[in-house]
Design a binder for this molecule. Structure first.
Ligand code: FAD
Ligand code: NAP
Length: 582
């Protein structure tokens, strides 16, 4: 059965019910929000478009899918018991194991009874008289909730570029983000993969093992660092678990929200030999921490050139055919687009049945009945895999008609780019919370940590509103504007803002170019959120309270009050706003 194509069970729509909160999405964000709200004694209904929990890990079942933040950190940190009891099998767990973990969360915290699956929220409107959100779904549900919480994911709206003749192709077409649940057997087939981002780089080596022939259509060459994935031994797991809280705390103090050794020395202050040694050592450790080889790599183009050339030389050393190797060598800023982490990606091009087609100058012209046509040549194919990514950050918002005060829709408000205060809410949309929303660290941090911090802060906010009997909370326009200005300003300091990536919406035609996540570093952002809360939700207007708004109880936010890791976030780096991220 295809992704999302589960037979929907007949059910009567829920009409007229009222909850404290409606949560849209049952990935890690939606599930953790539900858990927290239940803990506070608040009622909630979750709607999930998929047939099960897990979000990203429910939908992205393509061969080779796995996380690229180490599993012992890419996992929830809110339950010490859970941390102690769950055993990850590999350094980077494969998708089925992460999905099993998501299901374990749902069962362990008794969440399923509050989740309605196979149901997509299509509209959410703020009722100014009743001061509640009215929610409509594609299954006819119509419910009301005081709070509307968007847990709809930053990378959850697949990007289907328009290819001429798509319907003419007689073979099967797949998208990595909507992979069939029963899997795909490529044995004996000629397969085409469009794209060379993280999803392609993970799936290409695995598809190549099965396929009769594999043709990769590359528009932009990609930097990728080896994962050196391995099985975790009980000794290793036990060593981490012996002081798990310390690791979690160290991770929270890091710009990335996960921990790894970071060398803050600027590359430009090292000799050529020292740089080579350092890059080689970091390459041998592998993964995203490669970008932590020096402190200035994403700030100084000349420094970045040195790591870029090192990575290109690695490609030249792996790929035997010089012309293919050159085609695979990126010429843009290293780490500007999201860095990829692979297992045998470049090596795959040494296989006789794998070829690379450059579509950078002559784009894919059309799908034909028998394959793909580029620059007048037809490449015969039996199956096409679109590893073409997502309408990132705001794509899932675009699919819901969200209407705030005075009939203003979020789509209208965000036409020139998303506008949200701290990424948690947007002026004109009272009681609407956006987990890992644009303007927050989100995709630039280990996302489960980013999710937990947002949820804890939002849950404390909702509990505080209950404590003081408040009806609504809403960002104040001037604070929102200042925050966005800050988000933009900080982004310009990083080389990351200079290329056409999904961070700036450049992968989708017609989108405004805005650097959407907050690149100032996770702990600095967390400090700002904590400060806002301590100051009685500074920058928000709270209406209808029958008690004072001073000193909210920081029930959950407390665990995010960690000292900044000064090895990485030095006062000088802070002053210059050059806080390194990966
Ligand atoms: P999601 O997991 O995207 O869940 C959102 C859910 O909302 C989905 O299930 C969707 O069906 C549902 N939804 C959306 N709109 C509606 C609607 N209108 N009505 C009802 N339901 C709706 N991050 C990392 O930090 N480390 C990694 O290693 C990593 N690996 C990744 C690998 C892949 C292949 C991808 C695509 C992303 C990866 N990410 C990684 C990012 C990943 O998205 C997050 O880590 C995290 O899983 C996001 O959880 P979420 O709950 O916020 O969103
Ligand atoms: P992506 O990084 O956006 O890559 C999409 C690829 O498709 C790019 O190579 C893009 O080329 C290409 N493409 C898009 N439209 C095309 C067209 N019309 N013609 C030819 N090529 C086209 O998407 P993704 O690989 O799914 O990854 C998205 C994000 O999800 C990642 O950056 C990461 O954050 C997360 N992710 C993580 C992992 C992991 O390792 N844990 C795995 C998968 C995804 P251009 O570059 O030229 O646009």
């Amino acid at each position: 059965m295809s992704a999302g194509a589960h037979k929907q069970h007949e059910r009567r729509p829920e009409v007229g019910a009222a909850y404290d909160a409606v949560i849209v999405g049952a990935g890690f964000a939606g599930m953790y929000m539900l858990h927290r709200l239940r803990g506070l004694g608040l009622t909630a209904r979750v709607y999930e478009a998929g047939h099960g929990v897990g979000g990203t890990w429910y939908w992205n079942r393509y061969p080779g899918a796995r996380c690229d933040v180490e599993s012992m950190q890419y996992s929830f940190s809110f339950s010490e018991e859970l941390d102690q009891q769950w055993d990850w099998s590999e350094k980077y767990a494969p998708q089925p194991e992460i999905l099993a973990y998501a299901n374990h969360i749902a069962d362990r915290f008794d969440l399923r009874q509050h989740i309605t699956f196979d149901t997509r929220v299509i509209a959410a409107s703020f009722d100014e008289t009743a001061k509640c959100w009215r929610i409509e779904t594609d299954r006819g549900d119509e419910i009301a909730a005081k709070f509307c919480i968007m847990a709809i994911g930053c990378l959850s709206a697949p990007n289907h570029p328009h290819f001429k003749g798509r319907e003419d192709f007689r073979g099967s077409t797949y998208h990595t983000g909507e992979w069939p649940h029963e899997g795909v057997d490529f044995t004996g087939l000629r397969v085409g993969v469009i794209g060379t981002g993280s999803s392609a780089i993970q799936s290409i080596p695995v598809i190549a093992q099965q396929a009769l022939g594999l043709t990769v259509f590359q528009r932009t060459a990609t930097y990728s660092v080896p994962a050196w994935n391995e099985k975790l031994t009980p000794e290793y797991r036990n060593a981490v678990k012996a002081d798990y809280p310390a690791l979690r705390a160290k991770a929270r103090g890091r710009p990335t929200g996960f921990y790894f050794p970071f060398n803050m020395k600027p590359a430009l202050e090292a000799s050529a030999e020292e740089r080579e040694r350092q890059y080689e050592a970091a390459w041998q450790r592998g993964g995203l921490p490669f970008l932590g080889a020096f402190g200035d790599l994403l700030f100084e183009k000349a420094a970045n050139d040195t790591i870029a050339e090192f990575a290109r030389n690695k490609i030249r050393g792996i790929v035997r055919d010089p012309a293919t190797a050159e085609l695979l060598c990126p010429d843009n800023v290293f780490g500007c687009k999201r860095l990829c982490v692979d297992t045998g990606y470049f090596e795959t091009y040494n296989l006789p049945h794998v070829r690379l087609v450059d579509v950078s100058k002559t784009p894919i012209e059309r799908f034909t009945a028998d394959g793909i046509e580029v620059d007048g040549s037809e490449y015969p194919l039996d199956a096409i895999v679109c590893a073409t990514g997502f309408a990132a950050m705001t794509g899932s918002f675009d699919r819901i008609r969200i209407t705030g005060r005075n009939g203003l829709t979020l789509a209208e408000k965000w036409r020139a780019g998303p506008r949200a205060y701290l990424g948690v809410g947007s002026a004109g949309f009272p009681n609407l919370f956006t987990i890992t929303g644009p303007g927050s660290p989100s995709v630039l941090a280990s996302m489960i940590q980013a999710i937990e911090q947002h949820v804890d802060w939002m849950a404390d906010c909702m509990a505080h509103m209950r404590d003081i009997g408040a009806a609504t909370i809403e960002p104040i326009q001037t604070y929102e504007d200042e925050w966005i200005e800050h988000v933009n300003e900080v982004s310009k300091i990083s080389l990351r803002s200079t290329c056409s990536s999904w961070y700036v919406g450049a992968n989708i035609a017609g989108r405004p170019r805005v650097f959407m996540p907050y690149i100032g570093g996770f702990p600095i952002y967390v400090q700002k959120c904590n400060e806002v809360m301590s100051n009685g939700f500074e920058g928000f207007v709270i209406e209808g309270a029958n008690a004072g708004n001073e000193a909210p109880l920081v029930r959950l936010t407390e665990r995010w009050r960690v000292p900044l890791d000064m090895d990485v976030i030095s006062p000088a780096a802070l002053a210059a706003r050059r806080v390194p991220v990966v």
